[in-house]
Design a protein around this ligand. Structure first.
Ligand code: ADP
Ligand code: TPW
Ligand code: MG
Length: 582
């Protein structure tokens, strides 16, 4: 898009050739569009209000949120789903800081995004003279993300955007900060010079092949295993190497465990899924093949009781980030490269008569899995009123089974942990959740990005506390008429609704909320559909109606306030007081 700013250089009234000009606003739009970045999630204000208007006028989608953190979370999920950096646009200082949490969270989760923020003037900021929303944003962003850049000259916008894109998506993906001082937007340069300054990034995330020696080493470790196990992480989901992963899993015949956002990469009902025999698989395995998953807290750092006898494991790890190797335990066979390339290298070395793991191991896992599933089944068919987590999630499990294309968003404590294990996923990249930090507040941002980026119906399963962190974005969902159905598991509080003030005073205990709140009324305030569901049948009907109609809907699912446990499944991480409670 050319700026079409024309200046008549002759003020004497004679006709003179006019000079085509462009400015920072238009150059930024041109640079983004040249790289096929066409959607912006943000909050307007000085100095980026006109940028949003001009971007929309240019045909970009500019989606305004009610708080930058949720716009940032949406951008991060857009990046995860598309392998292109999601864009978040914020105003200076406070808007920037609101977006920064999402940028840090994206980086932690290896999601590519770019936080573009307007900022105050360098000269004033650096002398600390008190500009409007003054803050040294670049310095603050740097430790929170993968890379941070500032642009001072309009002719550098093209190269800066290119640099930001490549930084976000190449190698281990992550968040990038782009600092744009207010003055930059209004800088005017010659339009031809401007057009030449735009850079289209060629091959932004180049394939990274593992060395042949590394491949052979890994294959020999895998071949020697008596009890092998594959762990698929969200890096594997991000890589979009779905067929190559399926081929590796099925040719090897090795049981696999999906980490939560890798669920559905292969259907959870796949005969090799060890999801319902997780403890046994981790404890007893002798060779563990990590595919785009880190040995962080979510996997007890690859050691300790849940991993069985010390020294009983050898690890093969596939990751694009070399420094991930040996992060927590020794990696016997590191495979550094992108998952698609590594998988195809492994496949080349695996003949079709590749030996399957010993039957004894497969039987042990299958028996455990079937027993666990059988034990769980009756709980999921219950009709209790008020509903407990199993009643309500049993209903949602059946709905996702019938509608496997649905995007599922999930946050909370019990609401998260139970939903993760109960709701089977059938397709890749359908499950979006609290990720590596276990952060509350991703819900509405993730739901909005899921709807915008895929056009598919979205089901957001939210703890009542979790929802509160981003609840105001229901207005955004209604405004853009997105096909999002939010189900709030309302148990009157954080973990449970039963805590009382130990002093006997009237002030509420720290973990409880207003009893019997009607979250559904929030949706009605903005023209959406609000429903309070007290039974399994009411819940099933309301969700099906919402997914059929595509209308923004919020269902307040009334859950027994006694049903949850402290911190869900990670209560063991709570520090214990050594001084006895009174
Ligand atoms: P989970 O939480 O599901 O266990 P993590 O976020 O801990 O997953 O790990 C994801 C890993 O995937 C990161 O170490 C990241 O470097 C890696 N990764 C991301 N994209 C790719 C890719 N295309 N190829 C290989 N590894 C990747
Ligand atoms: C940004 C701490 C972990 S889980 C949770 C909080 C506040 C809410 C749990 O209650 P909810 O779920 O959602 O009602 P349920 O089903 O168990 O009742 N701030 C941030 N992130 C985290 N993780 C917290 C606080 C937390
Ligand atoms: Mg709750």
């Amino acid at each position: 898009m050319s700026a079409n700013i024309k200046v008549d250089e002759n003020d004497s009234g004679e006709t003179e050739p006019v000079q085509n000009l462009t400015d920072g606003f238009h150059l930024l739009i041109d640079a983004l569009k040249a790289n096929d970045l066409n959607t912006i999630y943000g909050v307007p204000g000085i100095p980026i209000t006109d940028f949003g208007r001009l971007a929309q006028a240019s045909g970009m989608r500019v989606l305004s949120f009610r708080h930058e953190q949720h716009a940032g979370n949406a951008a991060a999920i857009a990046g995860y789903l598309t392998q292109k950096p999601g864009l978040c646009l914020t105003v200076s200082a406070p808007g920037f800081l609101n977006g920064l949490t999402a940028l840090a969270n994206a980086t932690t989760n290896c999601f590519p995004m770019i936080l573009i923020s307007g900022s105050s003037e360098r000269e004033i900021v650096d002398l600390q003279q008190g500009d409007y929303e003054e803050m040294d944003q670049l310095a603050i962003a740097k430790p929170m993300c993968k890379a941070a850049y500032r642009v001072l000259h309009a002719e550098d916008i093209g190269i800066a955007v290119a640099r930001a894109i490549r930084s976000a998506v190449s190698g281990r993906p992550g968040g990038v900060y782009l600092d744009l001082p207010a003055k930059l937007f209004g800088q005017v340069i010659d339009a031809d010079t401007g057009a030449m300054s735009i850079v289209k990034v060629i091959d932004p995330a180049p394939a990274q092949w593992p060395g042949q020696d590394a491949v052979e080493r890994a294959l020999s470790v895998i071949k020697s295993a008596k009890k092998p196990l594959i762990i698929l992480g969200k890096g594997a989901a991000y890589a979009q190497a779905d067929e190559a992963i399926r081929h590796f899993v099925e040719t090897s015949g090795i049981p696999y465990l999906p980490m939560s956002m890798a669920k559905g990469l292969l259907p959870d009902t796949h005969p090799q899924s060890a999801g319902a025999a997780r403890s046994l698989a981790l404890k007893e395995s002798d060779v563990v093949i990590m595919v785009g998953a880190r040995l962080n807290w979510l996997l007890s750092h690859g050691k300790g009781k849940s991993w069985g006898e010390p020294g009983s494991k050898r690890f093969v790890q596939i990751d694009i980030e070399p420094r991930e190797m040996d992060s927590n335990v020794e990696i016997a066979a590191p495979l550094v490269g992108d998952i698609a390339s590594v998988m195809s290298s492994l496949a080349a070395g695996m003949t079709s008569n590749w030996p399957k793991p010993p039957a004894e191991w497969l039987n042990a896992i299958n028996e455990k899995r079937d027993a666990n599933l059988a034990r769980m089944a009756p709980k999921l068919d219950g009709n209790e009123v008020p509903m407990n987590f199993h009643t309500a999630l049993g209903a949602l499990k059946n709905i996702i089974k019938e509608r496997p294309e649905t995007m599922l968003v999930n946050e909370g404590a019990n609401t998260l942990d139970f939903a993760r294990s109960i709701i089977d996923m059938y397709q890749p990249r359908k499950r979006l959740d609290v990720g590596t930090w276990g952060v509350m507040g991703i819900g509405m941002g993730a739901a909005i990005a899921a709807a915008v980026e895929t056009g598919l119906p979205v089901l957001a399963v939210e703890g009542d506390s979790a929802f509160g962190f981003s609840g105001m974005e229901v207005e955004t969902i209604c405004r853009y008429q997105l096909p999002v159905c939010i189900v709030i598991f309302n148990n009157n509080g954080i973990y449970r609704g039963t805590d009382v003030n130990p002093t006997g005073g009237a002030e509420a205990a720290p973990t409880v909320f207003v009893k019997n709140a009607r979250y559904d009324k929030m949706m009605e305030a903005f023209g959406g559909i609000g429903i309070s569901a007290e039974t399994r049948d009411e819940l099933t009907k309301a969700v099906n109606d919402a997914l059929d109609s595509g209308k923004p809907t919020l269902i307040n699912a009334v859950i027994d306030e006694n049903a949850g446990t402290e911190s869900g499944r990670i209560g063991n991480l709570n520090p214990q007081s050594v001084v006895s409670k009174k």
